[in-house]
Design a protein around this ligand. Structure first.
Ligand code: BGC
Length: 263
């Protein structure tokens, strides 16, 4: 469907699992040249499986280990993509981390870890990509995986909500700086989506029922539904979309507590 993605070079951070894995496979099926970033060795079998799937679909892919919270790693990741495939067209800052801890018990190290991965990691990825786009005079694309919690507060996840809230204004500010060069920077904000990270909690009947209460569409989302939006935002079909967040959340951000018509 998105023919212009054919041959485009895309870097996807956090491609070893969850949404990132699905993004990688969908871009590969669209015949993009995919650089799958992963963090630890235990991701390698999954990353290799995605690479095989992409190659079977006629695409090209490589894997690069890097920790997105370390600047040298991020620069090495982007440089490897450029050296291997000759350029970079699309940067997907997707890697993220979440773990519930009540705020009064959260150490500064626990706070910092999430900010470093989710926010500073995306900043460093976006910065490296913009530098390349400016040098090459290229109308590149940056897509950050954010969350409905860039706008909905999330008790016990103060570091996560702060990182995603920051990611929203980071994206909007960067877009304002670079839209004039044709560089498009946008966020995707998923709600409750089934991935290997959330499968367990959503298969608990009580948590599932509580979550469905928060979703006007009354269904938990699928990774494919988020990947569709990633392809759209990366392609020329969205070439007038700058500095926007697309919520893929079944209406979660639309005040579902008001569904009963009271208030
Ligand atoms: C989190 C999920 C959560 C969803 C809705 C996402 O950002 O990664 O764990 O279910 O927000 O609360």
């Amino acid at each position: 469907m998105f023919k212009d993605l054919e041959g485009k070079v895309v870097v996807i951070t956090g491609a070893g699992s969850g949404l990132g894995k699905s993004f990688a496979e969908e871009f590969g099926k669209a015949q993009a040249k995919v650089v799958l970033n992963y963090l630890s060795d235990h991701h390698i079998p999954d990353v290799d499986a995605s690479i095989r799937l992409i190659e079977e679909a006629g695409g090209q892919a490589i894997k690069v280990q890097a920790d997105v919270s370390i600047e040298d790693d991020v620069n090495r990741l982007v440089n490897t993509a450029i050296e291997h495939f000759g350029t970079l067209d699309i940067m997907m800052n997707n890697a993220g981390f979440e773990k519930p801890i009540p705020t009064h018990e959260m150490s500064v190290a626990e706070w910092q870890k999430v900010i470093d991965i989710n926010l500073t990691g995306a900043f460093m990825g976006a910065k490296a990509a913009v530098n390349h786009f400016l040098q090459e005079n290229k109308k590149g694309v940056i897509i950050n995986t954010s969350s409905v919690h860039d706008t909905i507060p999330w008790p016990n996840y103060v570091n996560y909500a702060a990182s995603k809230g920051g990611l929203k204004l980071m994206m909007e500010t960067m877009s304002m700086e670079y839209a004039q060069y044709g560089i498009r920077i946008n966020n995707i904000s998923p709600g409750a989506i089934v991935t290997e990270h959330t499968r367990e909690k959503f298969s608990d009947p009580e948590t599932r029922a509580e979550t469905l209460e928060m979703i006007p569409a009354k269904e938990i989302g699928e990774v494919q539904q988020v990947a569709n939006v990633a392809l759209f935002l990366a392609s020329d079909f969205s070439n007038y979309i700058h500095g926007t967040t697309i919520y893929v959340d079944g209406g979660m951000t639309n005040y579902p507590a008001f569904m009963g018509g009271k208030g």
